[in-house]
Design a binder for this molecule. Sequence first.
Ligand SMILES: [Zn+2]
Length: 341
Amino acid sequence: METKINLLKEKLNQELKNINDSKSLYSLQSSYLGKTGEISLMMRELGKVDKEERPKLGQIINQLKEWAISKFFNASQTIKLNELLSRYKNEEIDVTLPAKSQKYGSLHPITLVTNELLDIFTGLGFYVYEGPEIENDYYCFTALNLPKDHPARDMQDTFYLSEDLLLRVQTSAGQIRAMEQNKPPLKVVVPGRVYRIDDLDSTHSPMFHQMEGLVIDKHVTLCDLKGVLEILAKKMFGEESKTRLRPSFFPFTEPSVEVDVTCCGCGGKGCKICKNTGWIEVLGAGMVHPNVIKNAGLDPEIYSGFAFGVGLERIAILKYGIKDLKWLYENDVRFLSQFKI
Ligand SMILES: [Zn+2]
């Protein structure tokens, strides 16, 4: 019996040496340990052996079985590892191959200008408020010192949705809401879309973007407004930029001013863009009208403030030298892809 076992062990060792894949290993394992495998058959033959011999022989065959199981286990570990290594080798990626080029989007010039202005104003301590685009008559006109019979209402060509609801014609509509929600001192900017009945051409659009700025506190003066606008001009158009205020009229500010900055096309010397004046008009501003302060529930004897409204399309056109307003709305990728940060 011992000889038979030794021969079997030797045979198994020899056969294992020639195996180098999982499938062959599995079939070899079955031929020894499977139901009709050689070791299983030896177990069955125990029945034919003398009763006295049986326990000893059974133990020996069990040991042989254990030995075979561990042999097959070790062999399977080695084979699996080799198979994995060869798979890694076959599936190796050549990292030196040129990559497929990826197309990246870019931010819209209006978004770039908005972000830049928000950076400047939040840096100066302003917070950002976004009012509704569908506004009611009160916030858009009446509270801004434009009562129903006010002649200046004719200046606006408003999209009315009902007698009271309209698409806001200016981000100034956010002024009263901001004042109602927060007590002074107040420093807020209101960016967003505004709407006016107009045909789309190279200088007009029925929808465009504005950013309103509002400061309300005790003892706010026109000098504070000029200071803020100078910082804005220098950050937006370069350190050399200067600002100039000209008298103007808006119903919600008194006094009202138009603000010019040094022409970015010629640095103030005079060119086609500035019609040889050296200055470019960029925004309207002024000291908040006492009636507006009163309408927001504050005492104009105690509080004063300034407000300004920037047209974002205008800033984008000046900053990037865009010749036609329509280009901003046509979604032409050839145009838009030039505005990479
Ligand atoms: Zn110029």
